[in-house]
Structures are given as structure tokens and as C-alpha cells.
Design a protein around this ligand. Structure first.
Ligand code: GRF
Length: 212
């Protein structure tokens, strides 16, 4: 049984999707938030998952916060750490400590639109496709090896609410799938490239690699 630790800062809908999916061969050992008021904490505890808060405001700087966060995470002996709407930039020391076992989901088709306000930027850019990316985390922000992406159309009348909702529905499909692949030992990394072993050959519309 593998241990998965999920970090959130707010709503936690991706964490919820992973919990509801029920990852085979893994347990969600803890959900940890940097904000005591993160809405997702209530969902996690109501599902019998241990919740913890490491409040970044209690620390003088990133180094001390990240050290305390890592200590809290490591008490759960994690095989995989999942950033799910975790809104803190992590230090290189933290990222290196979890090299190859730290996931993030980013609401754009990386390498387009790293950073914030991705939906607004996609609309303003005139892009016809937008989406979400699950990637391994490296010390360069939103630049780690890509595990899976889902694309959605940008429609002529889209505003941020409409577009982000369309993307989020796909986030909730690809993130549990990526976690399951990791737990099953089906992912390997070679430089920037991630291979999903034993992937189905048939394409799956807007999602690559296919989830089935
Ligand atoms: C998601 O759009 C995710 O891609 C981004 O932050 C948002 C978090 O949403 N990193 P939630 O907290 O998972 O509902």
C-alpha cells in the first residue's frame, strides 16, 4: 500500500476528485493545508482522512515554512506528494527533496501560460485551445516533465468563469488518473519526457495520453 499526501490551499476540488476516485493500492495518508480556512479540509476529515495545517503566516520565510511542511509530510512516509491548488511557491530544497514523487496540476496547456491568471491570459491571447496539465514538479515554476494533458476549446463568448469550469471538469478526470498511474508504477521520466507504460493506443479526444 502506497502513501499519498495531498497539499491544498483552498477549495480542494481536485483533492476531492482524487479521494472520490479511490486510488487502488494507495491510501490518502493526509491532506495538509497552508491555510487554516481552506474549504477542502472539511471534505477530507468527513471522509476519515487526517488533516493538518502548516500556516505559512507563522513562519518568517520560505525556508523555515518549507522545512516545517516537509517534516509534517515526511511523518506520513509519502510515496507521492500531490499539490492540488497549493498556492505557495516552493523552495528548490523542498522540490529536490521530493524529486520524482511530487505532482502538480496547472490550469493551462503547458508550456503555454505558466504562472497565474491562466484562463484570462488564454482568452486574451486568442488561443482556440486551452486546458490543464499534470506534471512532475521541478524547481523551475510550472516547467516539470508533463504526465498528462487535457484540452478544451476556447469559445467565442467565454469569460473566465465559463472557461475555468470547462477546464476544471477535465482536471478532475486527469488528476486521479495520473495518481493511479504513479501508484501502479507505470510512469518513467527521461529528461523532460514522461512515458506511460502499457498505455492504450487509441486516442481519447481531448486527453493525452488516453485514460483508459
Ligand atoms: C485548479 O484550477 C488547479 O489547476 C490550480 O488551482 C485550482 C485549484 O482548484 N492549480 P481546487 O482547489 O483543486 O478546487
Amino acid at each position: 500500500m502506497k502513501n499519498v499526501v495531498i497539499l491544498i490551499s483552498g477549495r480542494g476540488s481536485n483533492m476531492e476528485a482524487i479521494v472520490r476516485a479511490g486510488i487502488k493500492g494507495a491510501r490518502i495518508a493526509a491532506v495538509i493545508s497552508n491555510r487554516p480556512d481552506a474549504a477542502g479540509l472539511a471534505f477530507a476529515s468527513s471522509h476519515g482522512i487526517q488533516t493538518q495545517v502548516v500556516d505559512h503566516k507563522a513562519f518568517a520565510g520560505r525556508d523555515t515554512f518549507d522545512a516545517a511542511l516537509a517534516e509534517t509530510i515526511d511523518a506520513h512516509a509519502p510515496d507521492l506528494v500531490v499539490l492540488a491548488g497549493f498556492m505557495r511557491v516552493l523552495t528548490p530544497a523542498f522540490v529536490d527533496h521530493y524529486a520524482g514523487r511530487l505532482f502538480n496540476i496547472h490550469p493551462s496547456l503547458l508550456p503555454a501560460f505558466p504562472g497565474l491568471h491562466t484562463h484570462q491570459r488564454a482568452i486574451e491571447s486568442g488561443a482556440k485551445l486551452h486546458g490543464a496539465t499534470v506534471h512532475f514538479v521541478t524547481s523551475e515554476l510550472d516547467c516539470g516533465p508533463i504526465v498528462v494533458q487535457a484540452a478544451v476549446p476556447v469559445l467565442p463568448d467565454d469569460d473566465v468563469a465559463a472557461l475555468s469550469a470547462r477546464v476544471l471538469a477535465f482536471e478532475h478526470r486527469i488528476y486521479p488518473a495520473a495518481v493511479q498511474w504513479f501508484v501502479d508504477g507505470r510512469l518513467s521520466i527521461d529528461g523532460q519526457r514522461v512515458t506511460l507504460h502499457d498505455a492504450p493506443l487509441a486516442p481519447d479526444g481531448w486527453i493525452s495520453p488516453p485514460l483508459a
